[in-house]
Structure formats: structure tokens, C-alpha cells
Design a protein around this ligand. Structure first.
Ligand code: NAD
Ligand code: DAU
Length: 339
């Protein structure tokens, strides 16, 4: 089996590469990644030593490069993680999100059709469903929930999902889509809530909590997401959407306090800052379909996952310190300087 993993130098894609190499020693895994600010080749250092793994630097929206790669490799399965993934950056600069997340998806779908790929899997997000109110804990996102997006990021992901479904209906492209809730774990880029708070708390720096801190996310350990995608690409029904989530809703402020507690740092580091524009209030996934059809259930409890994650950041300081000492410094100043 030959699998193309796009965006494999990023957070979830790299965890998926390691999961697949460990579980399927007979598979060949090729990673196509543009190495944007969010992609990091050092993340794939161990994978690069595996003869079943190959890294190719390239853009999923570059038709010629994609065509050449598909022609050379004859993939059975394509799993598309490659995306601009940060909501705050999409508010500052929407255009790149449309190019990568929509046109990049189209370029991959066209190549799948041209070269008869047996499965195209689109890694999507619960953000395509918009948000839920805090006072209705009974409401969850199901696969039938209408798409209703808030940010340029989520609009670009929803557009890509519609395109993927259109290719299935129009050309019969064998697709599946998964929509997952917030992931956390190793190799999470330190601009996102959990790694940002860990890295700043360790340096005794202020922790910028948006708005009232009561926004709720449904957190899932990244390995559980990888296992769900593995099940979908092997056993999922073509043309279907699968929601993935852990029934683990937590408010941002509770997460930040938990991190401070584990690190033995004071709550006085918390600083409430101006809210994110269009900030989604609550996400919550109903994972009943993937459980019933594919037997998937999350395996890592949040209490264990967050401890493992914090320990990973303590053990791998070089990985994230190299990032925050580089170009990222200017990003933080630009985004948080006047907040
Ligand atoms: P990330 O930002 O950490 O990584 C994205 C990767 O894609 C990087 O390696 C980057 O270099 C690469 N990339 C960006 N543009 C590219 C392009 N044009 N061509 C090739 N490669 C390109 O993202 P992540 O958090 O790992 O998310 C991966 C996917 O999962 C995304 O599609 C995202 O929408 C989705 N998702 C993320 C979460 C989450 O909590 N992080 C939850 C649900 C779904
Ligand atoms: O739900 C899935 C989505 O989760 C993915 O599709 C996205 O790619 C991923 O980035 C993530 O989006 P969020 O916007 O939920 O994640 P982020 O880590 O940016 O923010 C989580 C919450 O924390 C959100 O309510 C905003 C808040 N926040 C974030 C940052 C960076 C803060 O309060 N302060 C911060 O500095």
C-alpha cells in the first residue's frame, strides 16, 4: 500500500506519519509538505531514517509538482492534512487560506481522478459547523448539522469539504471526510492555545486569554485522531463524512489553570486580552457514527493526555524553543503587542 500524506511536517500529519510507519511496516508513506512556518523537518527526523518513508518538499496547490509526484508514485490512498490551520492568522490574511485550503484540495482531487487513486481522505474540522451556545449542553454537532462558518479559516475548510463531496457526486471520486475537534499532544505548534500556554508559563510570561476565557473546546489526544483516520481510510464507507471527538469539553480558562497547576506556576500570569473577532463560543462533537460503524472510541483520557503533553514539552524544549526564538517572535509581537 502506498499512501501520500500531505502536511506531514505539521502537528497532526507528523503524528499520523509515525502512527502509520509503526503500525504498517509494509506500507510506503510519502509526505508532501510545503514547509510553511508551521511545517518543521526536524519533526520528521526519525521518520526520515525509515526506508519506507520519503519526504518531498512541495505545494499541494502546485499542479505540475503534484502531477509529477502522482505519476511517479502511483498512490493507493491520499490523506490531505495540508492546510493553513490557524484561525487568528486567517483573520489577518484570508487569501492564503483560500489558495491552500480550497485550490490545494482541488489540485489533489484532480490528480486523484487522473491517476485512479483508490481513496482520497480529507482531514476536516468541527469548525465547519460554526458554534454552539454555552447554555445548551444537550446540543452536539452531528454529520447532519448544517455548515455555518465563522472565520475565513473555517469558511475555507467548509468550501474544501463541499468540493470534495462535489467530486464524489460528479466524478465518482472515492472520497471520505473526517471532521475532528481540537487536538492536543506532541509537535503542536506553539501558537495554539495549549502549547502557547505551556511555553509561556515555563518562561514566567503572561498568558493571553481571549475575552472572558469561557469559550469551550472539545479536546482530543492527537493519537486518537490518527487512529480514527486509519480506521476510516481502511474501513470507512466511500462518500461518507465521519465526526471525530472525545466528549471532552473544557473552557479555555480551566485548561490554562490546569497547565499552571501542573507546572507549579501562579495564576497571576493569566492576562485577559481583547477577544478574537467572531470567536466561536463552543464546539462539541457527537462521535456516535464512527463508533457505531467503525468501533472507534477515544482511548486517552484528558487527565492523562495533558500530563503526557506537558511532559513532552518539558522533554523537547529544543523543538519548540527553536520555533519561538525564530520568525515566530515577530508574529507574537504583531498579534499580541497591542491587545
Ligand atoms: P499545522 O498547521 O500544524 O500543519 C499544517 C502542515 O501543512 C504544515 O506542515 C505546513 O507546512 C503544511 N502546508 C501548509 N500549506 C501547504 C501547502 N500549500 N502545500 C503543502 N503543505 C502545506 O496543522 P494541524 O494542526 O496539524 O492540522 C492538520 C489538518 O487537520 C488541517 O487540515 C486542519 O484543518 C485539520 N484539523 C486540525 C485540528 C487541530 O486541532 N489542530 C483539528 C481538526 C482538524
Ligand atoms: O476545532 C478544531 C480546530 O481547533 C482546528 O480546525 C484548527 O486548525 C485548530 O487551530 C483549532 O482551532 P481553535 O481556534 O479552537 O484553536 P486555538 O488553539 O487557536 O484556540 C483555542 C481556544 O483558545 C479558542 O477559544 C481561542 C483561545 N485562545 C487561543 C490563543 C492562541 C486564547 O484564549 N488565547 C490564545 O492566545
Amino acid at each position: 500500500m502506498k499512501i501520500l500524506v500531505t502536511g506531514g511536517a505539521g502537528f497532526i500529519g507528523s503524528n499520523f506519519v509515525y502512527h502509520m510507519l509503526a503500525k504498517y511496516p509494509g506500507y510506503r508513506i510519502v509526505c508532501l509538505d510545503k514547509l510553511t512556518y508551521a511545517g518543521n523537518l526536524s519533526t520528521l527526523e526519525s521518520a526520515l531514517k525509515n526506508p519506507n518513508f520519503k519526504f518531498v518538499k512541495g505545494d499541494i496547490a502546485d499542479k505540475e509538482a503534484v502531477d509529477k509526484l502522482f505519476k511517479e508514485e502511483n498512490f493507493d490512498i491520499v490523506v490531505n492534512f495540508a492546510a493553513e490551520s490557524h484561525v487568528d492568522r486567517s483573520i489577518e490574511n484570508p487569501e492564503l487560506f483560500l489558495v491552500t485550503n480550497i485550490l490545494g484540495t482541488q489540485t489533489l482531487l484532480d490528480a486523484c481522478n487522473r491517476y485512479g487513486v483508490k481513496r482520497y481522505h480529507q482531514v476536516s474540522t468541527d469548525e465547519v459547523y460554526g458554534d454552539l451556545p454555552l447554555d445548551r449542553p444537550d446540543l452536539l454537532f452531528t454529520e447532519q448539522t448544517p455548515l455555518h462558518t465563522s472565520s475565513p479559516y473555517s469558511a475555507s475548510k467548509a468550501s474544501a469539504d463541499l468540493l470534495v463531496q462535489a467530486y464524489y457526486r460528479t466524478y465518482g471520486t472515492p472520497i471520505t471526510i473526517s471532521r475532528c475537534s481540537n487536538n492536543y499532544g506532541p509537535y503542536h505548534f506553539p501558537e495554539k492555545l495549549i502549547p502557547l500556554m505551556i511555553s509561556r508559563a515555563l518562561a514566567d510570561e503572561s498568558l493571553p486569554v481571549y475575552g472572558d476565557g469561557k469559550n469551550v473546546r472539545d479536546w482530543l489526544y492527537v493519537e486518537d485522531h490518527c487512529k480514527a483516520i486509519d480506521l476510516i481510510i481502511h474501513n470507512g464507507r466511500v462518500g461518507e463524512v465521519y465526526n471525530i471527538g472525545g466528549h471532552n469539553e473544557m473552557s479555555n480558562i480551566d485548561i490554562v489553570k490546569l497547565i499552571l497547576q501542573y507546572l507549579g506556576k501562579p495564576e497571576s500570569l493569566i492576562t485577559y486580552v481583547t477577544d478574537r473577532k467572531g470567536h466561536d463560543r463552543r464546539y462539541a462533537i457527537d462521535p456516535a457514527k464512527i463508533h457505531a460503524e467503525l468501533g472507534w472510541l477515544p482511548e486517552t483520557k484528558f487527565a492523562d493526555g495533558i500530563k503526557k503533553t506537558i511532559q513532552w514539552y518539558l522533554d523537547n524544549k529544543k523543538w519548540w524553543q527553536d520555533i519561538i526564538n525564530g520568525e515566530y517572535k515577530n508574529y507574537y509581537e504583531k498579534m499580541y503587542g497591542n491587545r
